[in-house]
Write a protein that binds this ligand. Structure first.
Ligand SMILES: NC(=O)c1ccc[n+]([C@@H]2O[C@H](COP(=O)([O-])OP(=O)(O)OC[C@H]3O[C@@H](n4cnc5c(N)ncnc54)[C@H](O)[C@@H]3O)[C@@H](O)[C@H]2O)c1
Length: 483
């Protein structure tokens, strides 16, 4: 079996950021709490040996310093620089998972809107890419360079806390240091196929997501009781019931009695199930501890550009197109750009809610600006339009023709276990009521997405296009994803 060499130290709070950066994002040291790791949380990997070194302080601060300064000077230790532009009334927002696709765009957007922003991330997503041999289509800078570039372009600071939210000591320090008014929690393993590779990835996904969220809830209770939690859930928690999907709750009359109850959840992967469990834990702590929370059941996000990421090439967001992390529309655009037939799974009638990344940042801003009340567990369905997979294939084919592309579509055996033809009608009015102005999927947007994919088509690895993870073949043995 092929193994990949995975740097593990950055998963933990004793990260040697310097080494990680110097070696082209490949770190050669592996230790945890000053003890070399004997077993890795990330199976299918071989850990490189390392020298025993004392653990650094459990929290690593990185501040945005001018680009001319050396990376070494700014990435490790020291107190976080307080944002020069923050005023007494500026609100502090902690973005967990702020180095990821939705989190990075949101961190920049909120910073641009005058919020004081801190990113918390253990960079594990970059490690999954190394582990699976996949990469963002767009070149993405290190998180340290990203925040330095943001500072040089806008003059605004973003604080960085590099560490794992499953490590409560690390998370506590971050909370005590930053004292957030809101926490936006994107920091999870978010791929359904990744969670279905094998037992170890299923266990990792549920541990990472459920324990991470539980730690966030305890941190709010212990250190920031007024803090509003904005948690990214997914529309996939509901499944595809044969009735309309409500926003979080449904009123049911049963045997003559009526109650308003949480809407039934029918998740269809170990990843989606982790989100369901998160929702239950959050709802419970709202009741038990009076926590204020908003669960954003997000649809599938597409697009790559936002006003802020467009400001400089080093602020560019990631664009996943592979069979594990790529989402449907992004994948179809890349397939069209490189002349690969669009890969419709099975009959293609699978219908889901979709939204533009520019609406993700808008929705989160609206949730943060209009917090839930103490004890309230608020649920919003965060998407703007519904499409079936066949609808998307047709839209990309038409847009591709206009650009002179010969776009073909094939049906490939569905690697997932899901209904391929079904009723789907999900409500999504609450964010509109708060002021969301959707960017709907127009022809011009598809043109620009396709043009973006064409611009980077030489970076496409054709081996990553077809799905490689099967729901039915999930096994006990650790396995690599074939390339
Ligand atoms: N992208 C979508 O289409 C989509 C759709 C619905 C819901 N969501 C949800 O939105 C959130 C963000 O998704 P994304 O596409 O930006 O994912 P992503 O993988 O690009 O980003 C997630 C980030 O969280 C970080 N992270 C993961 N575990 C962590 C931990 N234990 N401690 C600290 N950081 C950790 C990762 O390093 C990564 O930077 C996820 O919760 C996902 O379930 C995404």
């Amino acid at each position: 079996m092929a193994h990949s060499i995975l740097p593990c130290c950055s998963i933990n709070s004793c990260l040697t950021t310097k080494t990680y950066l110097k070696n082209n994002n490949t770190c050669s040291a592996v230790f945890y709490n000053s003890v070399p790791l004997q077993t890795c949380k990330y199976p299918g990997t071989v850990l490189r040996p390392c020298k025993l070194r004392p653990r650094r302080q459990s929290i690593i601060y990185a501040t945005a310093t001018p680009m001319s300064q050396e990376i070494e000077k700014s990435t490790l230790t020291g107190s976080p620089q307080s944002s020069s532009e923050s005023s007494a009334k500026s609100k502090k927002v902690m973005i967990i998972g702020g180095d990821g696709y939705c989190g990075w765009a949101t961190a920049l957007h909120l910073s641009n809107k005058g919020y004081e922003v801190a990113i918390v991330d253990n960079l594990v997503r970059r490690l999954f890419d190394h582990q699976l041999g996949i990469d963002s289509l767009t070149p993405i800078s290190s998180i340290q360079n990203r925040v330095r570039r943001w500072k040089s372009v806008t003059g605004k600071s973003i604080q960085l806390f590099i560490g794992d939210i499953c490590d409560f000591e690390f998370l506590s320090e971050a909370f005590k240091s930053f004292e957030p008014d809101s926490v936006v929690h994107f920091g999870e393993q978010r791929s359904a196929p990744y969670s279905m590779i094998d037992r170890s990835r299923a266990v990792y996904t549920q541990h990472n997501n459920v324990i991470g969220t539980l730690n966030v809830l305890f941190a709010i209770k212990e250190f920031s009781q007024e803090c509003h939690l904005v948690k990214l859930g997914t529309m996939g928690e509901y499944g595809t019931p044969n009735i309309d999907i409500e926003e979080g709750y449904i009123t049911i009359t049963h045997n003559g009695r009526t109650d308003t109850l949480p809407y039934p959840k029918q998740a269809s992967s170990f990843y989606h199930l982790s989100k369901v469990h998160d929702s239950h834990n959050i709802a419970f702590t709202c009741k038990a501890w009076g926590i204020r929370a908003t669960d954003l059941n997000q649809g599938v996000v597409y697009g790559v550009r936002t006003d802020e990421t467009d400001m400089h090439e080093e602020l560019c967001n990631r664009f996943d197109y592979d069979g594990v992390f790529g989402t449907a529309l992004n994948r179809f655009c890349v397939q069209a750009a490189v002349g690969h037939p669009l890969t419709v799974y099975g009959k293609g009638g699978q219908t889901r809610g979709y939204l533009d990344i520019r609406d993700t940042v808008q929705c989160v801003e609206l949730a943060v600006a209009n917090p839930a009340k103490p004890g309230e567990f608020r649920v919003f369905n965060q998407f703007t339009e519904q499409f079936s997979v066949n609808d998307l294939a047709r839209l990309v084919t038409t847009a591709g023709k206009k650009l002179g592309l010969d776009v073909q579509t094939i049906s490939v055996p569905n690697p997932r276990v899901e209904a391929e033809e079904h009723y789907y009608n999900a409500k999504h009015t609450k964010l509109i009521e708060l002021g969301l102005r959707p960017h709907l999927l127009s022809e011009s947007l598809l043109d620009s997405l396709l043009n973006f994919a064409i611009k980077f088509k030489d970076q496409v690895d054709p081996a990553q296009i077809m799905p490689t993870v099967s729901w039915k073949k999930i096994g006990v043995k650790t396995r690599t994803v074939s390339v």
